[in-house]
Write a protein that binds this ligand. Sequence first.
Ligand code: NAD
Length: 480
Amino acid sequence: MEKIHNFINGEFYPAKSNNYLDVFEPATGKIYAKVSDSNYDDVVFAVNSAQNSFDHWSNLSIEKRSNYLINIANEIENQIDEFSEYEARDTGKPISLARSIDIPRAISNFRFFAEFSLSFESEYYLNSNTSKNRIIRYPLGVVGCISPWNLPLYLFTWKIAPALIVGNTVLAKPSELTPYTAYKLGEICKKIKLPAGVLNIINGRGETAGNGIVRHPSIKAISFTGGTKTGKLISAKCSSTFKKLSLEMGGKNPSIIFNDCNYEKMLETLVRSSFSNQGQICLCSSRLFIEESMYDQFKIDFCKMVKNLKIGDPNNFDTQYGAITSLQHYNKIIDYISLARKKSVNLLSGGSSIILDGRCKGGWFIEPTIIEGLSNIDKINREEIFGPIVTLQKFSNEQEVINLANETDYGLSATIWSKDKVKANRIADQIDAGIIWINSWLIRDLRTPFGGMKESGLGREGGEYALQFFTETKNICSLQ
Ligand code: NAD
């Protein structure tokens, strides 16, 4: 069985403990690889290598660093079909999704920061006849990047690319559930001759490998994407050492649907925003608020479209909906559905696990599930499920829906559907969320800030926000 090792100082090494974790294919429920179960000793080894390479890397011109990033992007692109297969196998997502979203975005992450950073220059403020202020940005040193399992290479590279381009050296940890594309990224770094120690990939569990990265005193910043509970733990650990911290965490995202929207476009997009990647995207809609006057018709049409989703083997290009990424997560989602069944709610669609024939017989599949009849304060509407469950609620006026949408501990994203752009923008201004889409979903300009409010996040990623995070700023003031 294939073994996934750490990538440290430009070479692959097993964990010092020589222990491994099982890696499953969610679509079959079978183990297909073993991944190194690293601990603090491996983190120390990787930090030493990252420190040794820092002077060389940070002193290269930004154009030279940019070339390395472009070479990485080109090489992933050369292997885009293979990478899409790896990602579908590791996560259970349809291969068409990996091929159209995950891997192209990983390529764009490297290309975007390679080009965008060239204009990230020093700033000057001149005060006529008195002073001149020169603002310079330095890399931090060795930084830690920790990412989750839902968009493995996409989110891994979204952190690594900005960290590297400004001159940091990196320890990066993919989720232990989906380590394969990060492993293959290590092979690409070796192939394109990225200087040894610049990017180090540590595998293993959160409480050992992840925690080791968080607590190592020489790591200057942690960029984390994952659950809010984990984010809180990391935040507490970083507070005593004043590490810089960026947290991208959970969500409970509202979709607000007015009867004056473009109905067909809304329905088609809402099916995607609710159930893409089996609802396992932090930006997925989970609480749908529908204007009362259209509620009954919406319910019929939305359920019909969701029932038409093609559920099946992620390897088939016509599959639109695949497996849940881990058995533990599958059980958690089933528990929420059981909870809903115990209440007097209407399960309008789904609500069961699915047993497929053939290769995927043992896979972790759950039907896309639509529930009505739960109030906004019910557990299912308050807690992040991060799976294929959405709830429907009616509203009758703007203020009511703003209150309902904001009545949550989270504040990551929201979507608003109305042809009345003034109204939609007026509502967007009052919704507590870091990312709001009007009449669309998941459109991203990589220059714009990405992140959440309240328990969804701390800080912003993207464009200049990421470059600021991964640098230290100094102001030098001199008299004219
Ligand atoms: P998780 O918090 O369990 O794990 C995320 C990463 O952190 C993994 O690599 C894990 O090994 C590591 N980790 C776990 N415990 C750790 C610890 N004590 N110290 C250091 N590292 C630790 O999250 P998950 O289950 O992998 O991902 C799902 C969550 O991620 C959901 O809540 C989802 O909303 C969130 N998410 C957020 C965004 C965003 O941009 N806001 C994007 C994707 C996913």
